[in-house]
Design a protein around this ligand. Structure first.
Ligand code: UDP
Length: 431
């Protein structure tokens, strides 16, 4: 379809580059979200630029994704990987680099959609300076995260303050699940405007391989019971719970169980310590012969891994959404997940998978057993899982909902602007 007069919008994702490989170091769901939301919006008639921080002089400054969607890497701070907790001081430079970039364009950005608290700060600055509306997706809430970790970083106070200001003042916050919205309300602020629009997945990419074909490709025998984890290596992902649960399952069955733990970098990277820790737990439990660590799995290989598995386990201590869950479901693989956050939204217990209390090894073991030992039920769960993703979690559907929201924000902004003047930010009402 040809769209005339495309509206130019900026997706800002300072630390989550939509054009890089995901699944290692800090790159995960946010990178995927920004990329596929951006690409889908461009196919629906928007002119989309996705802004991120350049982390190496070798990286191209611009990556074209579709004819109307590109990643733009701005220089803000040293051109090297900086952990996200240390990026805040470089944000004013990011704002300036954005303004310089916009200066060269024929038409300005009409709206900003920021991602994660760092980008919310950038978005709030730009929204004020340019008098344009802002939507924001948190991806993770400091108020939730800091409840679950023992060492609180120095940046915590700043992050919590920025997250509160963001919720109370930006034009619209996008919660990706009702559970995330409830956490914002109970832990961040009772004020501000929230819409719920879920994350999505590529339903034409995930779900194209049968289990038999996938197993043949990966050299897995049809009778093996395959338990899969996919994701970053981070203690809060709960991979330890999974290893210990599989150890319990394995001890009480005669079936041949195989555990595949996908994701993560090689030693020497920021997520290497957790990978070493998990590998030593696997060794200590005597699971080495049944466990595989294939490392980071490409988006091209992932449909095969998901399809080959009998069950995908998402044992996170917390997830605002959890893209891996819907990717596995799209491939017809049921999910056993932690009974937390967005997993309570994506997994329909007893219909598309099961939920277990986080960190509860016995409950995870029991849930995994139920799926592994009832193949017919497992297949029924898988079929229902695929249907659930098709109806609720496609990127095209998600982008259409975001597009409608942007149109509303643009209209509100133009109504609020005095005649002949650029749109001013809206006065915020309490939701
Ligand atoms: N991922 C990947 N390769 C890997 C591990 C993960 O491509 O080896 C992708 C995965 O497919 C998903 C994203 O990384 O799209 C993880 O998103 P999720 O929301 O599950 O977790 P987050 O990283 O945001 O905590």
């Amino acid at each position: 379809m040809i769209f005339l007069n495309r509206k130019r919008i900026a997706l800002v994702s300072v630390h989550g580059d939509p054009a890089i490989e995901v699944g290692k170091e800090e790159a995960g769901g946010q990178n995927v979200y920004v990329r596929y939301v951006g690409e889908a919006l461009s196919k629906q008639g928007w002119e989309v630029d996705m802004f991120t921080r350049r982390v190496s002089p070798e990286q191209p400054a611009v990556v074209q994704h579709t004819s109307h969607c590109r990643t733009i890497r701005l220089i803000a701070g040293p051109q090297e990987f900086i952990p996200r907790d240390e990026i805040f001081e470089f944000l004013p430079e990011f704002v300036q680099a954005f303004l310089d970039f916009q200066h060269q364009l024929e038409s300005p950005y009409l709206l900003i959609h920021s991602n994660y608290w760092l980008s919310s700060w950038v978005g709030m600055e730009l929204s004020k300076k340019l008098s344009i509306p802002q939507a924001h997706t948190y991806h993770s809430l400091g108020a939730v995260k800091y409840k679950s970790i023992s060492t609180i970083p120095l940046i915590a106070k700043t992050r919590l303050a920025v997250e509160k200001t963001c919720l109370e003042t930006v034009n619209r916050v996008v919660a990706t699940s009702p559970q995330e919205r409830d956490h914002m309300r109970s832990l961040v602020s009772a004020h501000g405007n929230i819409d719920i629009i879920p994350c999505g997945t590529r339903i034409d990419h995930f779900g194209t391989v049968t289990q038999a074909a996938a197993r043949q490709l990966l050299g897995i025998a049809p009778e093996e019971k395959v338990v899969l984890y996919v994701g970053r290596f981070d203690p809060r992902k709960g991979i330890e719970t999974l290893a210990r649960a599989v150890n319990e399952c394995q001890a009480r069955t005669t079936e041949h169980v195989r555990l595949i733990i996908g994701g993560g970098s090689r030693p020497g990277h920021s997520d290497g310590d957790e990978r070493d820790r998990i590998e030593s737990i696997v060794a200590e439990l005597g699971l080495e012969s049944i466990t595989q660590f294939p490392g980071r799995l490409s988006q091209e290989d992932l449909p095969t891994y998901y399809a080959a598995a009998d069950v995908c386990v998402v044992p996170s201590h917390y997830e605002p959404f959890g893209l891996v869950t819907i990717e596995a479901m799209a491939c017809g693989t049921p999910v056993v997940g932690s009974d937390v956050g967005g997993l309570q939204f994506t997994v329909a217990p007893e219909q598309t998978g099961l939920l277990a209390p986080p960190k509860d090894v016995a409950a995870f073991a029991a849930a995994i057993d139920r799926v592994l030992l009832n193949p017919e039920w497992r297949n029924a769960l898988g079929i229902a899982a695929r249907t659930r993703v098709e109806t609720t979690f496609s990127w095209d559907g998600v982008a259409a909902q975001l597009g409608q929201l942007y149109e509303i924000l643009l209209e509100e902004a133009s109504e609020a602007a005095p005649q002949g003047q650029p749109a001013k930010r809206l006065a915020q009402a309490s939701a």
